[in-house]
Ligand binder design. Structure first.
Ligand SMILES: *[C@@H]1O[C@H](CO)[C@@H](O)[C@H](O)[C@H]1NC(C)=O
Ligand SMILES: *[C@@H]1O[C@H](CO)[C@@H](O)[C@H](O)[C@H]1NC(C)=O
Ligand SMILES: *[C@@H]1O[C@H](CO)[C@@H](O)[C@H](O)[C@H]1NC(C)=O
Ligand SMILES: *[C@@H]1O[C@H](CO)[C@@H](O)[C@H](O)[C@H]1NC(C)=O
Ligand SMILES: *[C@@H]1O[C@H](CO)[C@@H](O)[C@H](O)[C@H]1NC(C)=O
Ligand SMILES: *[C@@H]1O[C@H](CO)[C@@H](O)[C@H](O)[C@H]1NC(C)=O
Ligand SMILES: *[C@@H]1O[C@H](CO)[C@@H](O)[C@H](O)[C@H]1NC(C)=O
Length: 372
């Protein structure tokens, strides 16, 4: 017993110390579940923003890295989403059942909105952390990423999964956490037991893939990357949520509006312009998202259909108040009661004193609803 405690102590110290120093550190994530207590980080250190936050992964915990790109033209429904999961289906029930918890999934929508997706299982993963930069290799899956100060690059060489190519992200807005900028001592909980770190709030992105060996799928758009993690099974505390992000004129926007099972609503609002943060807050009133148009019941429940749009109010700090209307242009995931991801256009109205400015843009957004 004593021996076990000492071993855990050493592991724990190594895990937390690793992210606090600006040294390169490798984390190995086995492909199978660990039957042990997971250590989870919910407060930021001075660096390591994009590093692993849960070690090891057991049956009720998860950690993943999410990337997306959306076109900037409402007539072009092209999108690409890649998630590098270290996530057991027992902790996140929307994954295909498997004993392998290290899987990379790619979802794309073509210009015409038609969908294609693939998954590639890895035999373990390695994530390297160097300050705030990371690289990840999902071993033998053909999926990996690297990052430097100027951005991220996803490289895919997975012909068995039907895809090869690259997705690049040239960062244009600062990273952030749910309640503020990327600095030490920030709260990382977006809602109850949901950790979140946003390494790329906005980027100029280039997607260049070959699908099924012949179809070239290439477009330029805006890109985004975050990671989420939890020390409990997904849905334990969550009733529903709205997340979205997009570029509206010169503004890079990210928003969350989360409803817990106790009825508590939590928020996270972010806006940046000229590569500077204008607003990064989780204060009530910093943002509010509600469905509009068809099926606009709030709160949404499993039996309510998907809405045709959303209204998002977001405080832009010194630049005033933003009222954003989002219109769903196409779903990015097959219809199901719990989860929807959309591409859409947005029209925003920014009021600062007597001055009102109107802007438009494209967005990628989602909703979860987990209760009836
Ligand atoms: C997990 O560990 C506990 C205690 O060490 C043991 O009782 C249990 O059978 C293990 N479960 C699995 C699935 O190995
Ligand atoms: C997994 O880790 C979580 C979080 O620390 C803990 O509550 C849970 O008991 C662990 N499960 C096992 C099987 O050790
Ligand atoms: C949509 O575009 C894809 C890729 O170009 C093509 O394979 C598919 O047939 C198109 N679907 C429709 C309904 O036109
Ligand atoms: C990755 O797979 C190769 C075999 O294909 C193996 O030699 C290597 O140890 C694996 N690396 C990790 C980190 O699992
Ligand atoms: C994590 O965030 C991404 C987008 O930011 C979202 O697609 C995903 O559903 C989130 N999931 C969890 C469990 O936090
Ligand atoms: C509204 O919900 C109904 C019933 O689920 C569905 O048929 C319809 O497509 C939904 N509307 C939109 C805009 O998704
Ligand atoms: C989205 O674009 C369509 C035309 O493609 C337009 O009718 C609609 O008003 C736009 N919605 C928003 C919120 O900008």
């Amino acid at each position: 017993m004593t021996r076990r405690i000492i071993l855990l102590g050493i592991f724990c110290q190594a895990f937390f110390a690793s992210a606090s120093r600006h040294v390169e550190q490798s984390f190995y994530i086995p492909s199978d579940l660990q039957n042990r207590t997971s250590y989870t980080v919910f407060e930021s250190l001075a660096s390591g923003l994009d590093g692993p936050k849960v070690q090891p992964i057991n049956a009720t915990t998860f950690d993943w890295w999410y990337f997306d790109v959306v076109s900037t033209n409402p007539a072009d429904l092209s999108t690409a989403v890649v998630t590098f999961f270290s996530t057991p289906p027992s902790a996140f029930p929307f994954l295909t059942p498997s004993n392998d918890i290290t899987v990379a999934v790619l979802w794309i929508s073509y210009l015409n909105g038609s969908l294609w997706s693939t998954a590639s299982y890895a035999d373990g993963a390695t994530v390297k952390v160097d300050g705030d930069y990371t690289s990840g290799t999902w071993n033998n899956s053909g999926f990996s990423w690297t990052s430097t100060e100027s951005g991220y690059l996803i490289e895919i060489d997975a012909p068995d999964a039907g895809v090869t190519g690259t997705i690049g992200f040239k960062t244009v807005a600062p990273p952030h956490y749910p309640c503020g900028p990327a600095e030490a001592g920030q709260n990382l909980e977006l809602g109850p037991h949901i950790g979140w770190a946003n390494a790329i709030s906005d980027a100029d992105s280039t997607v260049d893939l070959h699908i099924d060996g012949n179809t070239r799928f290439a477009f330029k758009g805006t890109g985004y990357h975050d990671k989420n993690w939890s020390d409990v099974t997904f849905g334990t505390h969550i009733a529903s949520w709205y997340w979205g992000r997009g570029r509206l004129g010169p503004y890079s926007l990210v928003w969350w509006d989360v409803l817990s099972r106790t009825g508590a609503e939590t928020f996270s609002a972010y806006a940046a312009k000229d590569n500077k943060i204008l607003a990064a807050s989780c204060a009530p009133g910093s943002i509010k998202a509600r469905p509009i148009g068809q099926n606009s019941t709030y709160p949404p429940v499993l039996s309510t259909g998907n809405p045709s749009g959303y209204r998002v109010e977001l405080d832009l700090g010194p630049d005033g108040k933003l009222e954003l209307d989002l219109t769903v242009l196409a779903p990015l995931i097959a219809l199901n009661p719990e989860y929807a991801r959309f591409v859409g256009n947005m029209s925003g109205s920014i009021t600062c004193g007597k001055h009102t400015e109107k802007l438009t843009g494209m967005a990628l957004f989602e909703q979860f609803k987990l209760t009836e």
